[in-house]
Each structure stands twice: as structure tokens, then as C-alpha cells.
Design a protein. Structure first.
Length: 273
């Protein structure tokens, strides 16, 4: 895609069509207007206003301290810079503990310009997902390694490596799809499991450390540019695209989008067995 060009607005239907046609799509986190403009004009279909901002912007050691007010502020910033990407926004820790709270928190982010909200968890999200769907709020369900549950997991660990856990994850993904989830995000799961879930579900599946067979790929902006804070261990599934660029940050963004769509990223070195 030529630099500094506005893409036709991306919708949920666009992503669904990409899946049906076997076309990969690229996703990246965004937190401010300037990077939102750069990202969305570089051929990247989805921007996630992620609670990862707690770690890469605020200096926390997890996403747990991020508040709904934080998310609303950054959502407004990204909306102002967007050039046609679909914007997904995280519901932060404990902002969707009940169905009523889920509706209120999601409505706040949608009013700020989000096109979809993302919730972390499994089948227990089915009721909230159904309520949001019925009220016109698209949902991305986030499964696998869910950073808001980091204390329960005991660290950043690959999920779904044993057969029972993998089978449960497949079942729960199908439940969430049936409950109205429009997209599923899989984080830190073995390649084979990522492939199975992507094949079983009709909705688009986005991967981060979930292998090359998902319909889309996502990374944290700072990781993709090689500026991960020194306090954070760089994950295996990360690739720094900046050294490949002859056009600085914009070139790196375009290289990332191209690598995802060509199937060149992620490579075997970025995947889990």
C-alpha cells in the first residue's frame, strides 16, 4: 500500500470476508493520534487500544492497574488519528465482572469511537458476550494467555499444551462464537492448537504467539519497533521490523503488514510447539 494513503473503512464484515477468502489481515496496538494515523494508513486493518499501555506507556509490570478512564482517554486519541482501520478497545481489569458492568464499560468505550470491545476469558464470558451482541456491541473474545489473569497463571506461560487444556479451549471458543463473539484472539498457544481453533471457528481468529495459521496477526506496537521497555522480557513471538525498513517507522509498519499478509510472519522461530 502506498504511504500516507487512507484505506477504505474496515468493518467486521471486511474481516469475515478476508477469512472466507483465505486472506490474512494485520493488527497492531495503538495508543495515540499520531501513531494511529501512521498505522491505519500503512495497510493495517485493525488497531487495538490495548491495556498493554499500562506496561509500555505507564511503566507498570502488568496490565492490572489500567483503568476505564485510561482506556477512554487513549481511545479518544486513537479515534482522532484513525484513517479507516477498525478500532478495537480492551475492557480493563475488573471492568466487566458482571453483565451490567460489562454493558456500562463497553458503552463508554463505544461512545469514544471503538468499533469493538475485547474481553479476556473463556466460557464464563458467554452471558456478557451475548448481552453485548444483542445490544449492538461487537465483541472480540481473548483466550489462551490472558494478561489480566497473570497472577492465576503464575507468569507469562504458554497455554493449551496438554490435551485436556487444549480440548477445553476449543470447546470454550465454540461457546463464545455461539454466544455472539465476532472475533477471537488467541495468545501464546501451540501452533497446532491455533490452527485447529482457526479452522473450527467461522469467525476470524487473530493470533499473537499462536502460529501462522490464524486469520490475522497482532503485535504490540513497541515490540514491532524494537523499543520494548527494558523491564519487560521480549516474548518469543516478537519480531522487530524496524531494521528492515528504508523508510523509518512507516516503512516498518508497511513491512509488518506485508509480512503478515504474505504469510512470511510469523516464522517457525516465533511459534510454540
Amino acid at each position: 500500500m502506498s504511504s500516507q494513503s487512507r484505506q477504505s473503512p474496515i468493518s467486521i464484515n471486511t474481516l469475515a470476508a478476508r477469512k472466507r477468502n483465505g486472506q490474512k489481515f494485520a493488527c497492531l496496538t495503538a495508543y495515540d493520534a499520531l501513531f494511529a494515523e501512521l498505522i491505519s494508513s500503512s495497510g493495517i486493518e485493525v488497531m487495538l487500544v490495548g491495556d498493554s499501555l499500562g506496561m509500555v506507556l505507564q511503566g507498570h509490570d502488568s496490565t492490572l492497574p489500567v483503568t476505564l478512564d485510561d482506556m477512554e482517554y487513549h481511545m479518544n486519541c486513537v479515534r482522532r488519528g484513525n484513517q479507516g482501520s477498525l478500532i478495537m478497545a480492551d475492557l480493563p481489569f475488573m471492568s466487566y465482572a458482571s453483565a451490567t458492568q460489562s454493558l456500562e464499560s463497553a458503552a463508554a468505550l463505544m461512545r469514544c469511537g471503538a468499533h469493538m470491545v475485547k474481553l479476556e476469558g473463556g466460557a464464563w464470558l458467554a452471558e456478557s458476550t451475548r448481552l453485548l451482541y444483542e445490544r449492538g456491541i461487537p465483541v472480540c473474545a481473548h483466550m489462551g494467555l490472558t494478561p489480566q489473569s497473570i497472577n492465576r497463571f503464575g507468569g507469562f506461560r504458554v497455554q493449551g499444551r496438554n490435551p485436556e487444556q487444549a480440548s477445553n479451549m476449543i470447546d470454550e471458543a465454540l461457546i463464545l462464537e455461539d454466544s455472539g463473539a465476532s472475533v477471537l484472539l488467541l495468545e501464546c498457544v501451540p501452533t497446532d492448537l491455533g490452527k485447529t481453533i482457526a479452522n473450527r471457528l467461522e469467525i476470524p481468529v487473530i493470533g499473537i504467539g499462536a502460529g501462522p495459521h490464524t486469520d490475522g496477526q497482532i503485535m504490540v506496537l513497541h515490540d514491532m519497533l524494537g523499543v520494548t521497555p527494558s523491564s519487560i522480557k521480549v516474548p518469543k513471538f516478537v519480531k522487530n521490523f524496524l531494521p528492515e525498513s528504508e523508510d523509518g517507522i512507516r516503512g516498518a509498519l508497511e513491512a509488518y503488514a506485508k509480512a503478515v499478509k504474505d504469510g512470511a510472519f510469523p516464522g517457525p522461530e516465533h511459534c510454540f510447539t
